[in-house]
Design a protein. Sequence first.
Lengths: 910, 117
Amino acid sequence: MPDWREEVRRRLERARLDPIRRAAVVEELAQHLEDRYADLLAGGATAAEAERATRAELDQAAPSAVPDSAPRAATGSASGPGRGASPASPLDRIGRGHPIADLLRDLRQAVKQLRTHPGFAAIAVVTLALGTGANAAVFSVVDAVLLRQLPFREPDRLVTVSARHADRGRYPFNLPDYLDYREQNRTLAGLAAYGTWSSNLTGTGDPERLSGLKVSGDYFDLLGARAAAGRLLVSADDTPGRERVVVLTHALWMRRFGGDPRIVGRTILLNGGGYEVVGVLPREFLFPVREAELAAPLAPAQDASSTVRTSANGLFAIGRLRPGVTREQAEEDLSAIARRLREQYPVANAHKPAAVVTPLHDDLVSGFRQALWVLFGAVGVVLLIACVNLASLALARAASRHREMALRAALGATRGRLVRQLGAESLLLALAGGGAGVLLAGFGVDGLLAMSPASLPRLAEVHVDRRVLLFTLAIALLAAVVFGLGPALWASRPNLQDMLRSRRADGGIGRRRGRSLLVVAEIALSLVLLAGAGLLVKSFVRLQQVDPGFRSDHLLAIRLSLPKDRYRGRAATAAFCDTLRDRLAALPGVEAAGVISALPLSGTVAAVPFTIDGRAAPPDEHLQTHWRLADAGSFRALGVPLLSGRLFDGRDGPSAPPVALISRGFARRFWPEGDPIGAVLRIDDNDQGPRPVTVVGVVGDVRHLGLDTEPEPHLYLPLQQAHEDSVGLLTGNQYWLLRTSVAPASLAPAARRALAAIDPGVPASNIRTMEQYLEASVAPRRFNLTLLLVFAATALLLAAVGLYGVISCGVAQRTHEIGVRMTLGAMRRDVLRLVVGQGMRLAGAGVLLGLAAALLLTRVASSLLFGVSATDPATFAGIALLVLGVAFLACFIPARRATRVAPIAALRSE
Amino acid sequence: MTDINARMFDRELKKGSAELLILSLIEARPRHGYEISRLIETRSGGAVRFHVASLYPLLYRLERRGWVAGRWVEKAGQRRRRYYRLTPEGRKVLAAQRSAWESFVAAMARLTRPGRA
C-alpha cells in the first residue's frame, strides 16, 4: 500500500497551515485515502487499479457526475513519491482564508499565547502603559501649549509689535507712537493695541478686583474672534461717548454671573462707573495677559495724558501681517517708522531706535518653551527605557520560546508564518499597553493640570483628545513593533540545527550579549535623567536658601485697590491708609502693619529717572532706579532691617522736606566709600520736572523681582510725600502687610472686617500669606522639578528591573556552572563576587556612558538652573553613586540566590 | 448543449449545491469525511462523487465560517476520526439554503415541464 501520508504531505506543501493543523489535515486526508483504497480492494479491484483510483481522489478537484473515464491520476502516478510536489494541487487552497479572518485567528492565537505567560504579558503591558501614558500626558500639554495653533483666524500671520528700547529690550508703546505705527506701516493688515486695566467690580455681591485690558476697537476683529454671546468690541466703540462698554471672558461670565445669558445688555459697575456688557468671549479665547477677564475700549481720545508723547503709558500691539509679508519685512518696515519718529521727536523717542516683531504664538509661550521641551525630552527618555526593557523582555522570551519556534519551523512553518504570529502578539501588546496608557494619560493630565503653575498659558486647552489618542497609539505600536517584534525576530532566526541541538532553553551567547547591551543603554539613559533631576533639585535647594531680604513667616499680605473716582489725589489716599493702618495694627495678633506699592517677589517694575546733587550726570547715561511708595510700618512688617539713618516717621508729613530711603545696593553702588545719609537726589516722578528728596536712611536689599534675580537698587518714598502725579502708583494697587504673632491666615477675616468698616466699596482682591506668594514664585520650578524627579525615578526603577532581569536570568543559566564551582570548593563569597561583578561591570559601563551623555545634554536645561552649573561635579558624582548603589542591589538579590544553590541540585539541573 | 457546456453547468450546479449536500448529510448526526463522501456516492447511485481534493477544502471552508465544527473522536474499536457536526449557525444556513433550493427546483420544474411553455 502506498504511503498516503507522504502523498498528502507533498501535496500540502503550498498550503498555509501551521504545523499542528498541517499534521491534523495530513492525518485526516490519509485516513480517507486508506479507507478508500481498502474499499476498492474489497470491491475486487487490483492493487494497481485501487491505487490509481485513490490517487485520483487527491489530484482531481471537481466532483464528477460521471465516473472518471480518463482520470488525471495518470499524471499523479507519473509524479510518484519522491518526485517533488505537483504543480498546483487543489489542496493548496486549504488554510487560505480571508485576511481579516487570518488576522483574527492570529490574534486569538496570540491571546492564547499571552494567557499562558501572564507574567510576561503583564510586565510588557504595564511597561508600555507607563511609558506611553506619561508621554501622552506630557504630549497633551506640549501639544496644547506649543504645537497647536492659537485659537484665532490665520494665527500664523499674527505678531506682537513693540518698540525696542535702547538698553532694556522690548518696550511698550505710548498712544501717539501706536497711532503713528498704525497709520504709517505698509506691511500689516492691521495693528491693534492693548494695555492692562484693573477695575473694581461693585454693585453685585462682594466687591472684586478684576484684571482686564483696554483694547483698541479693532482688536477682536484683527484676531478673528467671534462672540459666544452678544457682540465683541468694534472700532465704533472707540468713539467718545460710546466707550462705556465691556466684554467678558467666558470664565468671568461663568464664575461671576453663573453663565446667565441675560448678562448681555446689562450694566455693571466698574471703578464706580457703569459699563454695558455687550458680549461674552468664547471659552478658548486667549488674552495675552493671562489673568485678564474683561476688555473695554481703549478710546484713544479720552485720556488727555495718554496723548503726551513722553508718557510711558504701556501699550502693546498685535499686528496681522499682510499676505506674503514675512516677519522680517514687517520688522524692517516698522523700524523705519521708529527711526523717522526718533528724528521727529529726538527727546521723547531717544530710546526707541527700532521696532521688534515677534510671532504672537512665540510671545505667548516664550517662558515655557524650553521647560516643556526638556520635560518632553525627559519623558521620551523614560519611554525609551521602557522600550529597552520591553526589548530585553522580548529577547528573554524569545529564548524561552526557542524550541517552540524551532519545532514550528521544523514542522514546516514558514518564516512569514512565524513573523505573523509574533506580529500579532506585538500588536496585541501594543493595543493593550496603548489603551492602558491612554487611561493613565487621562489621570496624568489631571495631575499635571493640578500642579502646573498658574502662569502656564493655554491650560484650558489641555485635554486628552484625538491627537493625543493617535499619538499614544502610534508610540505604543512603534514601541511594540520595534522593541517587541524586532528582537523576537532577530532571536528567532531559524537556525534549525542550532536550536534543536541546544539542550537548554536559554538562547545563545549573542542574545545574552544583546540583553547586556540593552541594560548598559538603559542605565546610561536613566543616569542622564537623574543628573538633570539632580541639578534641578540642587537649584531648588539653592533657591530656597536665598535670603529674600525679608522674613516671609508670620506675614499676611492683602492687595487693595482704591476706586479712583473717590480717592483722587494724595490726601484722600493717605487719609485712607492712615485709618486702615491704625485699625489693622490694633487687631489682636498683629505686631506691625504697613503698606507698600508693590509686593516683594512680585516682579512688578516701576522705574524713576534721577540725578544725584553735586555729581555731574555722566553724558549719555540716564540714571534710573526701581522705586516703591511705602510707609515705615511696611519695613517693620516685612522685617527689612534699617542699616543706617532712620525710617520714615511723623516728621515726614506732606509739607515737610521730602525724604527717601535707599536700599543697601543703592548705597553701595553710588557711595561705595562714603555715607549717603543727607545726600540729595532729584527724582523725575512728576510732570513738572525733577524734585529733590533727601536720603535719611539705608535699608536692607529686598529681592523684589524674584528669588532667582539679584536684588536691584531700590528707592523708597513715604506715601505721605508722594507727588500728586505719581500717587496713582499706590491708589490703584497697594499691598498691606501684617506681621503677626499668630497664624497669619487666621487674621484674614478680621482684616476684611476692618476694611469693610472703613469703606465697603474697596475690594480686597488677594489675601494670602507671604509663604504662599513665595511658593507661587517658585511654582514653575517646582513643577519642572517634580515632573523630572518622577521621570528620573521611574527611569531608575526600570533600569534596575532590567538589570535584575538580566542578572537573575544569567544566574539561572549558570546554575550548573555555579554548582560545579562550589563542588570544586568555591566559597559563597566567590560566587557572590562572580555574579555581582558581572552586573556591576554592566552598571559601570552604563554609568560612564551616561555621564558622558549627561555632560553634553544637561546644558540644554541650563536656563532652568539656579546657582549650580550644568556640569556640577558634586551632583554628577552623587548621581553616579546612586545609580551604582541601585545597580548593586539589583545584582545582589539574584547573586545571593545563586549562593544558595546546593551543588548537587545544581549539577542535577542538567 | 455541447459537451463542454454540459460540464460547466454540472460544475456550477454542484458548487452551489455542494454546501447544501454536506450540511444536510450531517444534520441528523455528526459524520466523518469518508462517511460523507460514501453517503453522497451511494445515495446518488454513483452519479455524484466528491474527491478528497474537493471535499476537504469545502469542509474546512464551512468550518472556518462556523457552520460546521470538526472534532477528533475516538470510538470504541475504531481509530480516531474527525467528525463534523452542524453548528447552530450552520443549522440556520441549512434551513435557508434548503428552502432556496426547493423553490429553485420547483421553478425549474415549472419552466422545463414539457408542453406548458
